[in-house]
Design a protein around this ligand. Structure first.
Ligand code: CS2
Ligand code: MN
Length: 355
C-alpha cells in the first residue's frame, strides 16, 4: 500500500505540497487538472507541469482523481464517440508520463451529495453530513445553491457552477436513462478505452456512487457488491477496476465492506478510507477516521486490504474541519493528516501480525 494525499493543485488547494511531504509515511499525491472541464482532452505540458511540481516536492504523482466523464458518454448521445476519443488521448498522455491510475465516477449530473457541508459536532469540529429527510425537501437547484453557499468559496469537485447552471437541461438529458441504460453506456465506454489502457498499462478505477441509492430519481449502478461485480465481469480486463471508497459504500449499511474488498481481489486499484457515523436509516455524518468515532470497523476493512495483497495507493478521504482550518469542505490538511497516521498504524500492525 502506498499512502497518498489528494491535492487539487497549486491554484486551487489551501494545502501545500511541502506540508504533505512532512506527514510521516506519505509517498504519493493524487491530483488533477482542476481547471479542465469534463470532455476536454488534457494538454501534455499541463500534465508534465503537474508531475514536475509533485516530483520537485519529493512526492510521486500516483494517480489522477478525476478525469471526469462527459454527460454525453453517460447518457449515450450520438456525440459520445468524440468525447471518448478525447478521453483516450488523455489516457495515452498520462500513461506516457508514467501516471498509471485514473479515478472517475459514473454518477449522472453530479458527484457526491450531502445535505450539510459543516455539521457541528460536540467537540467543535464540523463534518459533511447526509440526511435524506432534508434532501427530500429540496430540488437539485436548491441543493446546488446550498452546497455552493457553504463551500467556503471553493468549487466542489463534481459541482462545477458552469455545469450546474444547466442543471435542468442536464436532468432532461437523463430522462429515460434507466439503470440498465447507464450500465450499457458504462460498458460501451470501458470497452472503447481498454485497448489504450492495455497499451499504456493504465488502470481505470471507478468510484463508488455516493450515496448508494438514487437521489432526485437519478440511476445508481456502482453501489453494491452485485453491481460492482457485474461491471467487473462485463469487461473482464484487469485494467477495468475500482476505487474502493469505504465512506461511499458505507452510506448503505447493508454493504459488507470487508467482504466486498475480498470479492474484488485484483480489481481494486485505489482505496479511499473514510469512516461514517450512522444515526438513523439514511442519516449519517462523516466522522474521524478513528474507528471508535464512527460506525465502521476500520480494522476489519484494513485487514481485508492486507489479505488481498493490496499494493496500490490508499488515501484518507474526507476529513473533519478542525483547529480552525478553512479549506475545501472535507479536504483540509489537519484531519486527513491525522487520519493517515491512524490508517498507517492499523496497516503496520496488521502486516506485522500476519508475517
Ligand atoms: C469524493 C468524490 O469520495 C470522494 O473521494 O470527494 O468527489 C470523488 O473524488 C469522485 O467521485 C471521483 O470521481
Ligand atoms: Mn471517495
Amino acid at each position: 500500500m502506498k499512502m497518498s494525499f489528494r491535492w487539487f493543485g497549486e491554484s486551487f488547494d489551501t494545502v501545500k505540497l511541502w506540508q504533505i511531504r512532512q506527514i510521516p509515511g506519505m509517498v504519493g499525491i493524487i491530483s488533477t487538472l482542476y481547471d479542465t472541464k469534463p470532455g476536454d482532452e488534457w494538454a501534455l505540458p499541463a500534465i508534465q507541469e503537474l508531475k514536475k511540481q509533485v516530483t520537485d516536492a519529493g512526492l510521486q504523482l500516483l494517480g489522477i482523481e478525476s478525469v471526469n466523464i462527459h454527460d454525453a458518454i453517460k447518457v449515450g448521445t450520438p456525440d459520445r464517440d468524440a468525447y471518448i476519443q478525447n478521453y483516450i488521448n488523455t489516457i495515452r498522455k498520462l500513461g506516457s508520463e508514467g501516471i498509471k491510475l485514473i479515478c472517475y465516477n459514473f454518477m449522472p449530473v453530479f458527484d457526491w451529495t450531502r445535505s450539510d457541508l459543516a455539521k457541528p459536532r460536540p467537540d467543535g469540529s464540523t463534518v459533511l453530513a447526509y440526511d435524506q429527510t432534508k434532501i427530500d425537501l429540496i430540488d437539485p437547484e436548491g441543493m446546488f445553491k446550498q452546497l455552493d453557499g457553504g463551500s467556503n468559496g471553493f468549487v466542489l469537485p463534481g459541482w462545477e457552477p458552469e455545469r450546474m447552471v444547466h442543471i435542468r437541461e442536464l436532468f432532461d438529458l437523463y430522462k429515460g436513462v434507466t439503470e440498465e441504460k447507464l450500465f450499457e453506456n458504462l460498458v460501451y465506454f470501458l470497452k472503447a478505452i481498454m485497448p489504450v489502457c492495455d497499451d499504456n498499462d493504465v488502470n481505470m478505477a471507478i468510484h463508488i456512487d455516493d450515496p448508494c441509492w438514487s437521489v432526485f430519481g437519478l440511476p445508481r449502478i456502482i453501489s453494491s457488491k452485485e453491481k460492482l461485480l457485474r461491471v467487473m465481469e462485463a469487461v473482464p480486463n484487469p485494467h477495468n477496476g475500482v476505487t474502493l471508497c469505504t465512506g461511499s459504500l458505507s452510506s448503505d449499511p447493508s454493504n459488507d465492506i470487508p467482504d466486498i474488498i475480498r470479492s474484488l481481489k485484483g480489481r481494486i486499484h485505489f482505496a479511499h478510507m473514510r469512516n461514517t457515523k450512522h444515526t438513523a436509516p439514511g442519516v449519517f455524518e462523516e466522522s474521524a477516521h478513528y474507528a471508535v468515532d464512527g460506525s465502521l470497523d476500520m480494522y476489519a476493512i484494513m485487514e481485508a486490504f492486507v489479505d488481498i495483497g493490496f499494493e496500490g495507493p490508499m488515501r484518507p478521504d474526507h476529513g473533519r474541519a478542525i483547529w480552525g482550518e478553512i479549506s475545501m469542505p472535507g479536504y483540509g490538511l489537519y484531519d486527513r493528516a491525522l487520519g493517515s497516521q491512524y490508517l498507517l498504524g492499523l496497516y503496520d500492525a496488521i502486516k506485522r501480525q500476519k508475517s
